[in-house]
Design a protein around this ligand. Structure first.
Ligand code: FDA
Length: 394
């Protein structure tokens, strides 16, 4: 006889575990299946091992989706504060690092332990190292065949198997396959929150800069992020680049504004007045890291001693630092992307429950849905919020 559960959740990541907690607490019999050896592997490695578990400012404007209104209901019904309350109830110490980003003081494993203990208290069952071979509609629900050959009956199924990022960690396209199988539309997927690469010619010119970080504003069209920029041996990275990467498309230009709070031409004029004999490169190295100062000074052979430079030369130097247009060659792809953009088209789902409108009993939550947050705890918040509202409904 097949085992029977009210709810089967595929994927024991952030969204799946949150959904299990809520559904179990409502008295539903819940089974969570995951092919990995351990639950919440992405939680474990997130935030440099300290998990940036939410953002106190999380609001719909921090999310990319074909329908920017879709996130509103779930975020309102399970907010960052609701998750913070849960973390507080478990006595987990945390701090705000920057820009509303909350991190564990100690370890991301505290969050995993918290979720597992909540699942246990809610009576939700977790089975690891169990893949899913098929999900089919049955007369009164769904029939799931697992990699062990077992058939499990479920009243409802929640798909929480995440996106495609970091395949090395077990990411699969299962959610998209199931959506396709049931005739649901998908928004094309692509890597998000990912370093951008440069073509070999430009990379060679920038070789000297690898490892340098600087405050920057990175612009793409009307979107701009002010955070750190990092030059790497493959191209550009750092939080500002990861943020803009979710908006960038192949072939587009981005603008780098290094030291956006400074008026570099004005700073050079002041330096010229104080010490005309100083080299432009030396004056720049009081504003920028040394190698960056050298790089920009060398771009302007006319910029030698400050006293020999016209205001126009200073404007040109400043523009090369603060209006630097770059056309990235590509991105590092799913290998290093923190998230997957696109996914299950939100028009197919009820925003209050995450249920597929055309397939009663089938739900999609977390990263597999066409909702992607900015860097800074927003993606976990989406996983908690979508998982919670689904757990309330199925
Ligand atoms: P998630 O990927 O967490 O879980 C999916 C689960 O399904 C996994 O356990 C997987 O094993 C399982 N699965 C997949 N395919 C399966 C199959 N075929 N059969 C069975 N099981 C299957 N976000 C944030 O807000 N703050 C942060 O600090 C970070 N940091 C960060 C660092 C790194 C390196 C990465 C890659 C990502 C982040 N993120 C983040 C993003 C965050 O990790 C991500 O948005 C959430 O984990 C998504 O939660 P889900 O539950 O949707 O998927």
């Amino acid at each position: 006889m097949a085992r029977k559960f009210d709810v089967v959740i595929l994927g024991a990541g952030a969204a799946g575990m949150m959904c299990a907690i809520r559904a179990g607490a409502r008295g539903r019999s819940v089974l969570v299946l995951d092919h990995a050896k351990a639950p919440g592997e992405k939680i474990r490695i997130s935030g440099g091992g300290r998990c940036n578990f939410t953002n106190i400012n999380a609001s719909p404007k921090n999310y990319l989706s074909s329908n920017p209104h879709f996130v509103k209901s779930a975020l309102a019904r399970y907010s960052a504060q609701d998750f913070i309350d849960l973390v507080n109830r478990h006595g987990i110490a945390f701090h705000e690092k920057t820009l509303g980003q909350l991190f564990c003081d100690d370890s991301a494993k505290d969050i995993i332990r918290m979720l597992l203990s909540e699942m246990e208290a809610a009576g939700a069952k977790l089975e690891l190292q169990t893949g899913v071979t098929s999900v089919e509609k049955s007369v009164d629900g769904f029939r799931i065949v697992t990699s062990t050959g077992e058939t499990i009956e479920a009243g409802s199924v929640a798909i929480a198997t995440g996106g495609k990022s970091i395949p090395k960690m077990g990411a699969t396209g299962l959610a998209y396959d199931i959506a396709r199988q049931f005739g649901l539309k998908l928004v094309e997927t692509r890597p998000g929150l990912v370093p951008l690469t440069l073509d070999p010619g430009l990379l060679e010119k920038l070789a000297l800069l690898s490892g340098i970080a600087a405050p920057a504003e990175i612009r793409h069209g009307k979107t701009a992020f002010r955070e750190a920029l990092l030059f790497t041996h493959r191209g550009l990275s750092g939080p500002a680049i990861l943020q803009i990467s979710s908006y960038w498309r192949e072939g587009d230009e981005i603008t780098l504004v290094i030291e956006p709070d400074r008026r570099i031409a004005e700073d050079l004029k002041v330096a010229r007045k104080a010490n005309g004999k100083q080299l432009v490169q030396t004056a720049l190295s009081e504003i920028l890291p040394k190698r960056l100062a050298q790089f920009f000074a060398e771009k302007h052979p006319a910029a030698t001693k400050l006293a020999d430079c016209s205001d126009k030369v200073f404007d040109a130097v400043a523009a090369s630092i603060q209006e630097w247009r770059v056309r990235p060659a590509g991105s590092e792809g799913y290998r290093t992307a923190e998230v997957t953009l696109g996914g299950i088209d939100t028009s197919e789902l009820d925003s209050k429950t995450m249920q597929a409108k055309s397939v009663p009993g089938l739900y999609f939550i977390g990263e597999c849905v066409d909702v992607t947050g900015w860097l800074g705890g927003y993606n976990f918040q989406w996983a908690w919020s979508s998982g919670h509202v689904c757990g309330e409904a199925l």
